[in-house]
Ligand binder design. Structure first.
Ligand code: AMP
Length: 280
């Protein structure tokens, strides 16, 4: 049976009771679990003796006009999925416990978190970095597993871990997709049937640039010109960014060299904000 840990005291007791030499894998999530989350649990199970997932819809990473209130919270189903995936424990803290009244300390990464989503979601990565460091302090995992789906989130967390000497190894899991190429996301449930039909255009626009890269194109602006107009050409989408950047620093790139590149895209489809990316 999966162990359900509802508070910090319970979590710390669970952690303390583990054998000293056991490696512990942490999979932080906001719930509404799908095969993308479960792939991270499976990855953790291959690399760690013990796997714990967390489910916490972190208010600190939502903007005032974002979907915090309507974010899906199918807890029973999430617990069944984690149990079936073989997670050993799940941490389900409350907002009040993680952010006691008067909490006034935050983690602010000031480089990798600025462009792309950082430019459109002010405060988002401050919320992410703060909650992730708190989870690291509470769980003290050997490894923590994050999805490449949120490539900038991975980059911010890797930078935080390096800069603050956090004793954890960050592991990235591959993007899990629907059969038609749409990256799985808890937010896909917001899409109307018509929007859901259109949504794979994000992936198709990226693949147009991937094809050009495979054919030898190394000029970033040319790759953007292959993909971005495909998405912008469909009036159902409002593109926030469609960019080719350095895969680690996320700085702008003119030419793609040995370090490769990240194609990163964010677009609204109706009222739903979708992101996707591809490493080159
Ligand atoms: P979230 O619940 O959206 O905060 O996501 C929790 C973790 O699952 C993050 O590390 C995400 O990057 C990861 N994740 C979300 N969607 C996918 C996906 N389609 N493929 C792989 N990982 C994902």
């Amino acid at each position: 049976m999966i162990e359900i840990l509802r508070g910090i005291t319970e979590l710390r007791a669970w952690r303390k009771a583990l054998p000293h030499e056991a490696s512990v894998g942490l999979v932080p999530t906001m719930g509404a679990l799908h095969a993308g989350h479960i792939s991270l649990v499976s990855l953790s199970r291959t690399q760690c003796d013990v796997t714990i997932a967390s489910i916490f819809v972190n208010p600190l990473q939502f903007g005032p006009n974002e979907d915090l209130a309507k974010y899906p919270r199918p807890l029973e189903n999430d617990l069944a999925l984690l149990e079936a995936a073989g997670a050993d424990a799940v941490f389900l803290p409350s907002v009040e416990e993680l952010y006691p009244a008067g909490a006034s300390t935050y983690v602010v990464e000031e480089s990798v978190s600025l462009p792309l989503c950082g430019a459109f979601r002010p405060g988002h990565f401050r919320g992410v970095a703060t909650i992730v460091l708190k989870l690291f302090n509470l769980v003290q995992p050997t490894r923590a597993f994050f999805g490449q789906k949120d490539a900038q989130q991975c980059a911010v967390i890797e930078r935080m871990v390096r800069d603050l000497d956090v004793p954890v190894e960050i592991v990235r899991g591959a993007i899990i997709r629907e059969a038609d190429g749409l990256a799985m996301s808890s937010r896909n449930v917001y899409l109307s049937p018509e929007e859901r039909r259109l949504a794979p255009l994000i992936r198709h626009s990226i693949l147009a640039a991937v094809d050009a890269y495979a054919a030898g194109e190394r000029n970033a602006a040319t790759l953007v010109a292959k993909g971005r107009p495909l998405l912008e050409g469909d009036p159902a989408f409002t593109v926030q960014y469609w960019e080719v950047r350095d895969p680690q620093s996320l700085e702008a790139l003119a030419t793609i060299g040995e370090r490769g590149a990240l194609i990163a895209v964010a677009a609204y489809l109706g009222k739903t904000r979708l992101i996707d990316n591809q490493l080159l």
